[in-house]
Design a protein around this ligand. Sequence first.
Ligand SMILES: Cc1ncc(COP(=O)(O)O)c(C=O)c1O
Length: 443
Amino acid sequence: MTNDPINKTPIDAGVVKKKIDASGLEKVGLGAIRELVKLVNEIEKESGEKYIRMEMGVPGLPPSQIGIEGEIEALRKGVASKYPMIEGVDILKTEISRFVKNFMNIDVDSKNCIPTVGSMQGGMASFMVSCRRDVTKDTTLFIDPGFPVQKQQHKVLGLKFETFDVYNYRGEKLRAKLESYLSKGNISTILYSNPNNPSWICFTDAELQIIGELATKYDVIVMEDLAYFAMDFRKDMSKPGVPPYQPTVANYTPNYILLISSSKSFSYAGQRVGMLVISDHLFDRKFPDLKRFFKTDGFGYSMIYGAVYSLSSGTSHSAQYGLAAMLKAANNGEFNFVEIVKEYGERAKIMKKMFTENGFKIVYDMDEDQPLADGFYFTFSYPGMEGVDLLEKLLYYGISAIALATTGSERTEGLRACVSQIQRTQLPILEERLRIFNQHHKK
Ligand SMILES: Cc1ncc(COP(=O)(O)O)c(C=O)c1O
């Protein structure tokens, strides 16, 4: 990288190099998301230039006023001084149960709908119970690529996991691949996100059916991570009680846990409130091996009074009321939460075009025979470059992203771009930077 007039990069190459060297990261391209955030903050500060920041999945839209008002009202009523019930406040539990009926067409008793401190905590609590319910089943299977923190949670809990990249196992091919793991008998839990972070692939109903059938056959619990609920914008899932619904494995197995985040679909990441939904069947099941860690063998009871209790004694009182207010409005058809976040899909469409017109390729590009949806993330590569090198090079052009290599993807040439923080006014700048990059690197 250079500052010479012919190959001059949009950001001062000396500054970028200095900050990379000072970061202490052995390989910048393999940095964790928060490490890259810090590095880019520092380069921006010293160079005075703003980056096209695509490394972190933060909502780029304002939160709904309905949620804010709901919280303020609850705070005025004095909830701040009171410990919330660990299983959640009734009004929220009822609205979660209505929400999954209205937007997924599934029936879950409100007792089995539990607020958590973000889906992050819902995942942690579920791993603590689901992955310890049977001594013979001590391993989680991640259908990757995936969200790296969930593997970090496994490490912290001392749990084992196996993974595979689903890229080459879409459709009916998924069955044999999954069965090759499940038939060994050691898998307790399967986890995937849908739509998928980072690739934005969305499983078809046929694929969810395969996962569900095999989960029942091998008595494995499926944790379906719906962090991007209803955000496959190819279908309009915004109308309560009207199909199409958010596709779910819940239609195909009774062994499921749903993690529904409010962070992206409701732009509510800062309040750290999510929904943990356990199927009625699973909630009431008994697993004697749970007694190694919890007071009882009851699955649902261990989740609430064992895991969630020991993690945080419940979820922030006012945030529960804020979420309840938004869900109630959505359930009543008064608040179209999907319409608001569609903006991400529009941005992705424009940005993907800019990348492909400047020599880049989209890495994960199909859902079986259908082109991938435009949404919160997309994945890209540049011919002849490994992802970690591409990431480092792009820093000189004022563009940041994360490497797919850090997400369990075998497509190590790829990077993940998150569109949420890119404002429309920045798009011409992105286009210009991509054009210069391509000019400097095309063979
Ligand atoms: C796949 C996935 N799961 C879970 C989460 C965490 O959600 P929350 O903010 O509700 O903890 C995220 C956030 O980026 C995510 O992408």
